[in-house]
Design a protein around this ligand. Sequence first.
Ligand SMILES: *Cc1c(COP(=O)(O)O)cnc(C)c1O
Length: 369
Amino acid sequence: MTEQPSQSFTADRVRLRDALDALPAYKPGKPAPAVEGLTSYKISSNENPYPPLPSVQAAVARAAEEFNRYPDMGAAALLAGIAEHCGVESENVAVGTGSVGLLQQLVQITCEPGDEVVHAWRSFEAYPIVIGLAGARSVQVPLDAAARHDLPAMLEAITERTRLVVVCTPNNPTGPSVHTDELRDFLAQVPPEVLVVLDEAYLEFNRDEAAPDALAMVREFANTVVLRTFSKAYGLAGLRVGYAIGTPRVAEALRKAAVPFGVSQLAQDAVLASFEAGDELAERVEHLVAERTRVVEALLEQGWEIPETQANFVWLPLGDRAMEFAALAAEGGLVVRPFDGEGVRVTIGEDEANTRFLDLCARFRGQAT
Ligand SMILES: *Cc1c(COP(=O)(O)O)cnc(C)c1O
């Protein structure tokens, strides 16, 4: 079925939208560099370091026997499984190709060109891209001195043009969670016609006692929607599936805006098998949380000043030395995620990866002083 090679392509003069010029290209984590005599580790994309569970792999292998067919378009079994898992009804649930897919749908169902989306910054780098692509405006509210969301400032940033507000908790890439009291205060003051998204991509790692019960918030405030993903704690990043929970009206709008058949049957079945394997997955998460504690305590011991993390990563606020740190890490077979001029985000990975990261941090500080 290969076509004959033809002449090379000529330059096109297609008129593309101006919005594209302003968009940063999403930078995926690079593959781990090969270093002679060292195992390399990719600790740049907040993935789960463990391979898929055998039971989940088996479910995916079974689904693979029928991938000549489209998946269940309504993803009925998946919606029901998620609804049961969360204690809501199927009509409250929408699924998408990862929670970034749902984020795109959220902007599509709320924003006309020129409308505004308020979110914290620095936060998840996909936000400005998704917002810009829809022709909406990204209104970025700086994090506070503790690298936490400044919810009062975000409230101030809401205007007549605001249609959507995104609260990322725990915040990627800095780590802190928002707290119930401040969030309830905030939600009580957001105009009811503005939709607030609680992006809980790292929910399973959050051990902050003051962290909100997001589903309770959705029940209390009808203009709230929760976004979750199977890419992080569940270890299904490569299968692209996430979900949103909101009012039936918002969930239905999200389903209308979905790419048809976007969530593959492999992904649908993998999620249901993962719910069955909940205990095994929870053990893995528990271990990663314990490793996070080990890493954070060692960093504090070394004298680093870092924000409190409730996710599966730590943030080193290195400022101008971020790129230098990342280059040094790569030499040692560790791929981390630098943000030029700001800092470096490092995923809690395999035990060995975490230990090597701590050694690197100690050496880096040694040089600095
Ligand atoms: C990783 C991440 C997501 C989820 O991405 P998927 O598209 O579900 O893989 C969403 N929000 C934040 C803040 C993230 O860090």
